[in-house]
Design a protein around this ligand. Sequence first.
Ligand code: GDP
Ligand code: ZN
Length: 394
Amino acid sequence: MSAALFCLFLSAVGGCAFFVFVGKLGKNHPLRKDLKALNIDLRDYGFGERFAREAALYEDLFAARVSEQHHDLYRVVASSGEIDARVSGRFAHTADDETCFPAVGDWVMIDRLDDRTGSAIIHHVLPRKSMLVRQSAGLRSSGQVISANIDTIFICMSLNEDFNVRRIERYLAIAWDSGATPVIVLTKADLCADLPYRLSELNEVSIGVDVITCSAAAGTGFDEIESHIEPGKTIAFVGSSGVGKSTIINRLMGRDVLDTQAVREDDGKGRHTTTHRQLLLLPQGGIVIDTPGMRELQIHSANLTKAFEDVEAIAAQCRFSDCSHRTEPGCAIRAAIADGTLSEERFASYNKLQREAVYAGLSSRQRENEKLTRMFGGKSAIKQFRKEIKTKKR
Ligand code: GDP
Ligand code: ZN
């Protein structure tokens, strides 16, 4: 009995001593970091007042933020750390459409704080303050959420040959539509001979939007980028491949968490092969969301833009779903041009923007395939062509 009491006494003293010890650790002591990881302050991850209020409605559930998505398996950051989670059967059953499902950046309500006995169960997605949606396959598709609750979208464009005001226009339309605030980041200023001219070109489309000029090579513009980042706020970078997004994120992180293009080319693996964390906590506060979907935004931007809804609605009336609008019978586009409902210039511009958008986001291998598709007209034709080559070789 007295032995048991003594043990209790010892552990109480031990516990107190432990807390005193931890309290004395320096702010950046590694042990403190580990301890913090065990008890995460969700506010660092953007759990502001609004989400806290919403979450309080669910008494028996815990709030967590989706940090990664792999099909129907999620990683979520909860107060206990990062754990696996899945939506409940009831959730999947009652979801109206695809956009109801959790996406990276979402705040969700889960049933437990550890996944040792199986994934935690997601019962609700808290109302989003913003979301980026991309068109998914299928005409009647509701679209797919590629990230949620982003406060600021940095639209990156390089000041060299990538510079294209029309593309910025499209990105701006997507960003405003998402509910986030866009900021334009012009990269590689060191490669630009006539910055004032570029800026004047941009003036016309950037009304009400902050424009930052930066150069990773010269180390300029980063203070301005950081001035748009706050603890608890979520940011994302969009823009064509190669404009320097990874370089900026690495710089903000203070270490190389992402492969930059130079590295990617060196290892010959191409750009989307490396997996990395999709939700990054910046050392100075703030959260970066960087999912493959965000990176590929430009591929879908031509679909996303509301600017050409009219053209797409007409094209949907063509007899053949893969109509090229050139010689096919029953082509609604040619009919609309003939009767004046659609101007030839608008259709040309639509075609051009779409080609450009598709082109901008593809790797060189994909570009090669694109070229083949354009040359030979589709996958089956390519297969046929390859077969012919094979038989010829025999
Ligand atoms: P991402 O595909 O948008 O993530 O682009 P990366 O960050 O991988 O950058 C692509 C290439 O541009 C890399 O070789 C970088 O070193 C280079 N780069 C990035 N920023 C700058 C810059 O400010 N100036 C110059 N000259 N090159 C840069
Ligand atoms: Zn047609």
